[in-house]
Design a protein around this ligand. Structure first.
Ligand code: NAD
Length: 445
């Protein structure tokens, strides 16, 4: 069957999914209420950077495999509608489901008069119980139709990483399908089998609430792994001669632990880990359980960016009146996304203490301008950023920062003080060759 899918919400997840499905010959209609975003996408320009996305987008637009619409009514002509709208944090940490509820109402209205069976898929990250407790009632109420006889509902969480979204979508570790009826389950399995053919991607078939919880458990575990290694890094910092890199390498050789996500640094940011850990804490508490482990994962992460400033103060003592170069602003490399980037906390704290900040990011300068306005100086190169600075903090692990040398720092900086918050530099290259070198998890040698 030549399935036609519609995708509501063309953000990082929705647009990547739309382009990847279309690139496999599947007919896709992408829908978003943001007309500016749609205009950019229609012109072949993704509104954010993702490796390989722009070329694929242009190809699927040219081949007419991807159509675009600002009206959710366009979903009616498809067989499956995937909802991928944002679920940001409320002030109390719970997930804001208002975009999801509104998208479901629009989809409900779109399929009201449809004669054929339709499937609605919730791809947004939502607390357990949302697909059946929020999405389904909204869809049934507005459409006047019933699950499972008139339409099917499915929870199908997304695990892609920004920075490698296209590669992750084309080759995921798993697909999770949470349904309550066989017809919908079979259609979803068939869709993904076609998409990944001839590859065999493990599929976890379960109910919607388990599917929803899998997504939160997945992100909470990864966030905890990061806060764990950052805790070890903070211990190393106090034990001369130790280095968290060696500790991480050694424990990662234990197959029960594994080597991934053991890079110490200034903590995790982005649009997912902070909000998903907060939501997991919130809905667990609402269900009568306080997940202390996750509360501490979150707490460690809240404090970790300030380690860079602690290290800075060990040498500079008084920060007021100094100039600090910040290398890296995006929350991680290969993205322009500034959401919850650790650079924000560091720069706000430096500004508060009277420091002049010069900053450089290979890609996210325009996005950073909307966060910091005229509070900092934006630079076009690493060298320009270092020029005349009293100290430098590496805040994002862009690979080009690995090429920084003592000679470069000594040439451009007023005092060559380097705080490597992301462990991209090799300590032995710097020790004794610049005024002061420090790195997260690197105990004084
Ligand atoms: P985003 O904020 O980048 O994009 C959401 C899009 O939805 C926006 O373009 C917005 O205009 C559109 N939208 C909102 N309401 C709409 C409506 N009623 N009709 C049509 N369009 C509407 O979000 P994102 O980062 O793509 O995340 C989407 C979901 O996927 C979230 O739940 C997120 O937690 C989850 N997720 C994100 C990532 C990631 O790396 N960004 C990874 C896995 C899962």
């Amino acid at each position: 069957m030549n399935t036609h899918i519609s995708i509501v919400g063309l953000g990082f997840v929705g647009l990547t999914t739309a382009v990847c499905f279309a690139s496999k010959g599947i007919k896709v209609t992408g829908i978003d209420i943001d007309e500016n975003k749609l205009k950019m996408v229609a012109a072949g320009q993704p509104p954010f950077y993702e490796v390989g996305l722009a070329q694929r987008l242009r190809r699927v637009l040219k081949n007419k495999k991807l159509a675009l619409s600002a009206n959710v009514k366009a979903a009616a002509s498809s067989d499956i509608t995937i909802i991928a709208v944002g679920t940001p944090s409320n002030k109390d940490g719970s997930a804001n489901l208002s975009y999801l509820a509104s998208a479901c109402e629009s989809v409900g209205a779109a399929i009201k008069d449809k004669k054929r069976f339709h499937i609605v898929v919730i791809k947004s990250t939502v607390p357990p119980g949302t697909t059946l407790g929020v999405a389904l009632p909204a869809l049934e109420k507005i459409s006047g139709k019933r699950v499972p006889q008139d339409f099917g509902i499915c929870s199908n969480p997304e695990f892609l990483r920004e920075g490698s979204a296209v590669a992750d979508t084309l080759s995921p570790d798993k697909v999770v399908i949470g349904t309550i009826d066989d017809r919908t389950k079979k259609a979803m399995v068939a869709l993904y089998n076609r998409f990944y053919r001839p590859k065999n991607v493990p599929m976890v078939e379960t109910n919607p609430q388990t599917a929803e919880l899998i997504k939160y458990a997945n992100n909470s575990f990864l966030a905890t792994k990061i806060s764990f290694i950052n805790t070890i890094a903070n211990v190393c910092q106090r034990i001369p001669g130790t280095d968290v890199e060696t500790v991480a390498y050694a424990i990662g050789l234990d197959r029960r632990i594994g080597p991934l996500f053991l890079r110490a640094g200034l903590g995790y940011g982005g649009s997912c880990f902070p909000k998903d850990v907060a939501a997991m804490i919130s809905f667990s508490k609402a269900n009568g359980y306080s997940p202390e482990l996750l509360a501490n994962t979150h707490l460690v992460n809240q404090m970790q960016p300030y380690k860079a400033i602690e290290l800075l103060k060990m040498f500079l003592h008084e920060l007021a009146g100094k100039t600090v170069a910040i290398l890296g602003l995006a929350f991680k490399p290969y993205t322009t996304d500034m959401r919850e980037a650790v650079s924000i906390k560091i720069i706000e704290e430096l500004n508060r203490t009277g420091v002049l900040v010069r900053a450089f990011d290979p890609m996210a300068i325009e996005e950073a301008k909307s966060v910091f306005g005229d509070k900092i100086i934006y630079c076009k190169t690493t060298e320009e950023c270092l020029e005349g600075s009293d100290a430098c903090i590496i805040a994002t692990e862009w690979p080009q920062f690995r090429n920084i040398t003592p000679k470069l720092l000594n040439k451009h900086m007023k005092t060559s003080i380097l705080i490597d918050g992301r462990r991209v530099t090799e300590p032995r290259k710097f020790n004794g060759k610049i005024t002061y070198y420090s790195a997260i998890g690197y105990g004084s040698q």
